[in-house]
Design a protein around this ligand. Structure first.
Ligand code: ARG
Length: 460
């Protein structure tokens, strides 16, 4: 029988067509798992030697061979071959070329099925740690900006209509909170990522006297996957990560949307540093918030990756199917997009400058202290619903005079109820309004300062 170059070739009469080779190969994208593949192989070889499946001499050869390969890959002089299909077979073939028979023994008691599942988990674990770290850096940037703007007053919105005055620092701290929850979710997801599939072999386990706990220990996994079929087939840990990533992107997208609105000259609340903006090739006056717009846009693709992975799994019978090779590109892109976005945000936030006057006058224009007037009347004994109605009339009157509530005279205000007295004017100021919301979670500067101090303690 003619011998072919494929690993399994003994059984085949003809090589795969070039198109099939290209269609089925994953090396172009899974080569980025190489470092993790080598880590996994080193641990596997150590275990094989420790239980006596391979000799100490073979283990030493394997270690040396793999370390040469690692250097070749890092120095970019490793020759990746598409005919060797994927990262695993490329490395194994090179190892055998370098060290001979010992290289051929490495795959004892192992299958690419448990090997690839291990590689992805190692990759994702490192990615989660990096993302956690980058998120922390962005939280710190938010804290620092919030600290500068504890007393900066802006209109808070509901329905994108001016609602009540708030501290800009308080607004920024809302994103700090979202990112804290995101980090909690990631940390929780990491627990389920950090389990070892190796030992499951193709699907049923192996007849060799392997020591899975030892491999788990060497690779710093918390547990071994308890069921061999499950270990090689499920990608729920990757789906879970993509769900976390999508949600993080949604948070970053909301912030982006706000930055875009705040930068609109009709608002004019903030400016981004020029290095984060672009101009227009035709309209010389333009300064466009391209970076936040792209964050908003890229959120779509990360959301898409989550759906791609869910759909990838939904009809697969146990155990491993080649479908699973399709898990990598969405996962890698979700990681890349999120890490780049976090990096860019950490750099962009310190360059945000605020136009205090624009924020203030926007808050003044929208009768943002109307609720404060109603609360004042409630304190004087008027039921809230009646107070609401009285204030609605006062706002209507102020509107007809094109002025803010605080600009009406006492006599004018008293038309609506004689209970209004001189002390109303301190209530109707923006400062009075935010200062009054002085409880845990409120926008009073004292509360915001405390929230920032607590956040700083939590971050370290
Ligand atoms: N490249 C494959 C993947 O990413 C590796 C596992 C292949 N296993 C197999 N039985 N063909 O899933």
């Amino acid at each position: 029988m003619k011998k072919h170059s494929n690993t399994w070739s003994g059984r085949f009469n003809e090589p795969v067509s070039e198109l099939v080779q290209r269609y089925t190969a994953s090396v172009n994208f899974d080569k980025r798992l190489a470092e993790f593949d080598i880590q996994g192989s080193l641990a596997h070889a150590q275990m094989l030697a420790s239980v006596g499946i391979i000799s100490e001499a073979d283990r030493v050869d394997i270690e040396q061979g793999l370390s040469t390969i690692l250097q070749e890959i890092r120095n970019n002089n490793f020759e990746w071959k598409i005919e060797l299909e994927d990262v695993h077979l490329n490395i194994e073939k090179r190892l055998t070329t370098l060290i001979g028979d010992a290289g051929k023994k490495l795959h004892t008691a192992r299958s690419r099925n448990d090997q690839v599942a291990t590689d992805i988990r190692l990759y994702l674990r490192a990615a989660i740690d990096e993302i956690n770290h980058l998120t922390q850096a962005m939280q710190l940037a938010l804290l620092n900006l919030a600290e500068i703007h504890v007393e900066t007053i802006m209109p808070g919105f509901t329905h994108l209509q001016v609602a009540q005055p708030i501290s800009f620092g308080h607004h920024l701290m809302a994103y700090y909170e979202m990112l804290s929850r995101d980090r909690e979710r990631l940390t929780d997801c990491r627990k389920r990522v950090n389990r070892l599939p190796l030992g499951a072999a193709a699907l049923a386990g192996t007849g060799y006297p392997i020591d899975r706990m030892l491999v788990a220990q060497i690779l710093n996994f918390d547990h071994v996957c308890a069921n061999s079929l499950d270990a090689v087939s499920d990608r729920d840990f990757a789906i879970e990560f993509c769900a976390c990533a999508a949600l993080m992107m949604v948070h970053l997208s909301r912030l982006s949307e706000e930055i875009i609105i705040w930068m609109n000259p009709l608002f004019g609340f903030i400016q981004l540093a020029d290095r984060f903006c672009t101009g227009s090739s035709i309209m010389p006056q333009k300064k466009n918030p391209d970076v936040p717009e792209l964050v908003r846009g890229k959120t779509g693709r990360v959301n898409g990756h989550l759906i791609a992975l869910l759909t990838l799994m939904k009809s697969q019978p146990l155990a491993y199917n080649k479908d699973n090779q399709e898990d990598k590109e969405p996962l890698f892109d979700a990681v890349d997009t999120l890490t780049d976005t976090l990096r860019i945000y950490s750099e962009m936030i310190p360059g945000i400058t605020v136009n205090h006057e624009a924020m203030r006058s926007a808050a003044m224009r929208g009768y943002a202290t109307a609720t404060d007037l109603a609360d004042y009347l409630v304190n004087k004994g008027i039921p809230f619903r009646d107070a609401h109605e009285i204030v609605a009339q006062a706002v209507r009157f102020a509107e007809s005079k094109s002025c803010d509530l605080s600009k009406l005279t006492l006599a004018q205000l008293q038309q609506f109820t004689p209970l209004i007295e001189e002390d109303i004017f301190s209530v109707l100021t923006l400062e009075g309004s935010i200062k009054n919301r002085n409880h845990v979670g409120g926008t009073a500067p004292d509360q915001v300062r405390q929230a920032i101090a607590q956040a700083r303690r939590d971050l370290t």
